[in-house]
Design a protein around this ligand. Structure first.
Ligand code: FEO
Ligand code: CA
Ligand code: CA
Ligand code: CA
Length: 598
């Protein structure tokens, strides 16, 4: 195993994070912000302590309320959530899906429209009425299929609280059965053709939508992550191909049972079906009847989120992580250019896809996947294989990417990697420098010439997470980590319009062993100029904190609480309280003084 000089990694001169000048790549509407909160004022709160409570904890001077939860109906003729049955197929198709993840709020013709990914199902909770805690009949599977996908719904503020507007024109459920259009260079390719769709241009459903993106032209990007979990086969003679193995597909059912209801999820019978998922899906929240578009040009992998920026020449640069141990960071550059008042509808349809190489001196570059020698459609459907061939750097599970709106620099959470330095295919490297990395790190890069279109960049670590109460080695973390702000497994990441960086965690919440003192999953705020980090929120038990967006006037921040009580649903009851079914929820957070939340 090559050794990495950890001291050098930790002390290497850092490039300055964020100069306060309006840089490229930002497209916040700055005109209607409440004037009362500056970046520094927003950072001026008393941090909350780590805890293991079954509720949300935020600093004094702020308040929170629940906006919507899994199972809340979007139409008035749908049943309210039933804590005994936990809904059925029909009610779930008309209600908010499970496990809310990435989200974005859009202002459309005077309406606030929230678009939220419903990543996966918490079987112990949604099938908590079944003795096996699994789907037991065809309608249970229908319910699971409908609990996935994307929920689109209007919300409205009533005094201090936000609530769903039932029956709004904008309300929509996109599920794992909705019609999708497959666009871009791989559309119609043999690899995407199936018995149901010999054209290779239309598929059914989007699922395991993890993080998200939003475009300056007003669309939403839902990113398909762990799609492998939904395919299986009972055919004993079935053998996986190298490509299927690389994407984690297996013959065994992971607990959803979808292949029992819909033959297209049977890997032996319809092997190409799995090639039709693993993409970025573009959705127009203003047109409830539009068909979502799978963007093959942006590659097929376990997409985390998609951070859109604009290059100096107007081309779109999209940064994307592939969240699996030892996978890569990608950048898409559109063929065509963004134009302020032009038609940008299909900018994500064509372009080039690159993977990142991080060298040991703090420099890095983007390598075009076409350099692999594979055909363009092949590089898009089997992007992981192309990226390995071009020598991309194996990473510690790239999660969300976020670009600083005030400076041309980009941050990415590398959540953890239990096999770093022990798996022969994942030796230590400067960007991923710790053996059995169970705390994670945030890496950042600054493109040359302050241009997201540049092929070269400078990089460093914004932080290495760790536990300074237990370690005085590299596992203590960088010096901006201390016993008051420590956490593990950074995942969600987003700059606000003031330039503060919000970090959300999806880690070990045992509060024991290496994680002692860290409590439940949480959300922190970082000042990327000073490097300081403060804990802003602690989530309820067994949840992950993921997804963040703001109201148009910035006075409300919306945060996602995913899978509270995922392991012990009987011991957790967020948000209804003890004895109720724990439900993934979106909460609204605001300041007592009504000022901007970022
Ligand atoms: Fe769905 Fe990588 O988190
Ligand atoms: Ca995530
Ligand atoms: Ca994660
Ligand atoms: Ca999750």
């Amino acid at each position: 195993m090559p050794k990495v000089d950890i001291h050098r990694v930790l002390t290497r001169r850092r490039f300055l994070g964020g100069t306060v000048a309006f840089g490229t790549g930002a497209f916040f509407n700055m005109s209607n912000l409440p004037a009362r909160t500056s970046r520094r004022q927003m950072f001026d709160f008393t941090p909350v302590r780590a805890n293991s409570f079954d509720t949300i904890t935020i600093p004094s001077g702020f308040k929170w309320s629940v906006v919507a939860s899994w199972g809340d109906p979007l139409w008035s003729d749908a049943a309210e959530f039933d804590h005994n049955t936990r809904g059925n197929g029909a009610s779930q198709e008309m209600s908010i899906g499970d496990n809310n993840d990435g989200m974005a709020l859009f202002e459309i013709r005077g309406h606030s429209v929230l678009v939220v990914n419903n990543e996966y199902c918490n079987n112990r909770v949604i099938y908590g009425n079944r003795s096996t805690l699994h789907p037991e009949n065809s309608d249970d599977i229908r319910k699971g299929i409908a609990a996935h996908g994307v929920s689109v719904f209007e919300i409205k503020r009533h005094q201090d609280n936000w609530a769903v507007v039932k029956d709004s024109f904008f309300n929509r459920r996109i599920t794992a059965e909705s019609k999708m259009q497959i666009t871009g260079p791989a559309s119609g390719h043999d690899l995407l053709k199936t018995e149901l769709d010999p054209s290779g241009k239309f598929s059914l459903g989007t699922f395991n939508n993890c993080g998200n993106g939003r475009t300056p032209w007003g669309t939403y990007l839902a990113c398909e992550e762990n799609f492998d979990k939904y395919f299986s086969t009972r055919d004993k003679s079935f053998r996986l191909t190298a490509e299927q193995i690389r994407y984690g597909l297996t013959a065994e059912d992971a607990g959803y049972g979808w292949a029992n209801k819909h033959e297209r999820f049977d890997l032996a019978k319809h092997p190409n079906e799995a090639n039709r998922v693993g993409y970025v899906v573009e959705i127009d929240p203003g047109s409830p009847f539009s068909v979502p578009k799978k963007r093959t040009a942006m590659g097929r992998f376990k997409h985390e989120n998609c951070e859109i920026t604009i290059c100096k020449n107007g081309q779109v640069a999209a940064y994307m992580g592939d969240d699996q141990r030892g996978e890569f960071l990608y950048k898409f550059i559109s063929k065509n250019k963004f134009s302020e008042n032009g038609n940008n509808t299909d900018l994500l349809e064509y372009g080039d896809l690159y993977a990142a190489v991080f060298d040991s001196t703090g420099r890095g570059n983007w390598v075009n996947l076409l350099d692999s020698g594979m055909s363009r459609p092949q590089t898009l459907v089997n992007s992981r294989i192309a990226a390995t061939r071009v020598g991309a750097t194996t990473m510690d599970r790239p999660e969300w990417v976020s670009a600083n709106p005030f400076s041309t620099e980009v941050y990415c959470c590398l959540t953890n990697n239990s096999v770093r330095g022990t798996s022969p295919s994942q030796p230590l490297n400067a960007a991923n420098p710790r053996v059995s990395n169970h705390y994670g790190q945030i890496i950042r890069w600054k493109p040359d010439n302050n241009d997201h279109g540049s092929n070269n960049f400078e990089w460093d670590h914004f932080l290495l997470a760790g536990n300074p109460a237990l370690h005085d080695t590299e596992y203590a973390g960088t010096n901006n980590i201390n016993t008051a702000n420590m956490f593990n497994s950074p995942d969600g990441l987003s700059f606000d319009s003031l330039g503060n960086l919000w970090i959300q965690t999806d880690g070990n919440y045992s509060n024991e062993g290496p994680f002692k003192g860290m409590g439940n999953n949480q959300m922190l705020m970082a000042d990327t100029i000073t490097g300081k980090i403060k804990r802003f929120l602690v989530g309820p038990r067994e949840c992950e904190v993921t997804g963040i967006t703001w109201s148009a006037d910035r006075s409300t921040m919306f945060v996602g609480i995913q899978h509270p009580g995922e392991k012990n649903p009987l011991l957790c009851g967020f948000p209804g309280g003890k004895g109720t079914v724990p439900r993934s929820s979106i909460v609204a957070i605001s300041r007592d003084d009504g000022g901007a939340m970022g």
